[in-house]
Design a protein around this ligand. Structure first.
Ligand SMILES: [Cu+2]
Length: 300
């Protein structure tokens, strides 16, 4: 991008940030949980982590940025006026000023230090939950997500994006999936994120979640969803040609509705995808012969 474009974009981004800060951009959410026109800034916070992130942005980062921008702008304008050729025909040859050099090193350092304290607090807050009520494991694959509910019988299912030609009325292009992740509200949910082929990233903006899904490693975070509704997210790590076609769709429901769904899901997904251990037992049983010699399994 040409330098001049950047020069124009920077103030635009700044103005958008301040507008969002002032609530003028609106952290509105469509009734169905999707995006709305002219939306800038964050989506409404749907979890304690997202609330903390918004606070950090609104009351730490934006004020600091605003002060810096205004200060530097004022300094530039003053220098342009005061030291123009007309007002200052014979410029000074000064090259060093110890006091000011110490200042412009120490002041930014102190500012970074002040920002670092709430930043680290937030990082540890989002890291893990002390008392988890349940666990959801999400595995990124090229190019869909697979979900497991280890505390509810361990059933698992895949969630593929609904292709354009199959979209029903009200479904969102590139966001709706065939199977939604159903989660209860007001519940501490431990999230385990991993991948089975390449790097993916599990991102749900409304919940303040963006965590790398790494093959061979399980990353942990948590969420407590404040309100019922549908929440969308996308894979946020370039993971191949289908990168933009592996959305995350979360339906947050009441605890009772979640229990009902679990009962249904246990049957539905058990039929679709038998437990891998059961498969192994079945294979062993077949290998043992039609008589079903159970002693052959004993040592397995
Ligand atoms: Cu991906």
């Amino acid at each position: 991008m040409a330098f001049i474009d950047k020069l124009l974009l920077a103030p635009l981004g700044f103005v958008a940030g301040v507008l969002a800060w002032a609530g003028l951009g609106g952290r509105a959410l469509a009734a169905d949980g999707g995006p709305v026109d002219w939306q800038i800034g964050f989506r409404p916070a749907a979890s304690p982590t997202a609330e903390e992130i918004h606070w950090f942005n609104d009351f730490i980062l934006l004020p600091v940025i605003t002060v810096i921008v205004v200060f530097v702008m004022a300094l530039l304008v003053y220098v342009m006026w005061r030291f123009s050729e007309k007002r200052n025909p014979t410029p000074s040859k000064t090259t060093h000023n110890t006091a000011i050099e110490v200042l412009w090193t120490a002041v930014p350092l102190m500012m970074l230090f002040i920002i670092a304290i709430p930043s680290f607090k937030l990082l540890y807050f989002a890291d893990r939950v002390e008392e988890a009520d349940m666990t959801l494991k999400a595995t990124g694959l090229q190019w869909y997500w697979s979900y497991q509910y280890p505390d509810h019988g361990g059933f698992e299912f895949d969630a593929y994006m609904v292709p354009d030609e199959d979209l029903q009325e009200g479904q969102k292009r590139l966001l709706d999936t065939d199977n939604a992740v159903v989660l209860p509200v007001d519940t501490n949910i431990r999230l385990l994120i991993t991948a089975s082929d390449v790097l993916h990233s599990f991102a749900l903006p409304a919940m303040g979640i963006k965590l790398d899904a790494v093959p061979g490693q399980v990353n942990e975070t948590w969420v407590r969803i404040n309100e019922e509704g549908t929440y969308y997210g996308q894979c946020s790590e370039l993971c191949g040609t289908g990168h933009s076609y592996m959305p995350i769709m979360v339906k947050a429901v009441s605890k009772a509705a979640f229990e009902d769904w679990v009962a249904e899901a246990q049957e539905e997904f058990a039929a679709v995808k038998p437990d891998r251990n059961d498969l192994r037992v079945a294979e062993a049983a077949n290998a043992a012969g039609p008589a079903g010699d159970q002693t052959a399994l004993a040592g397995d």
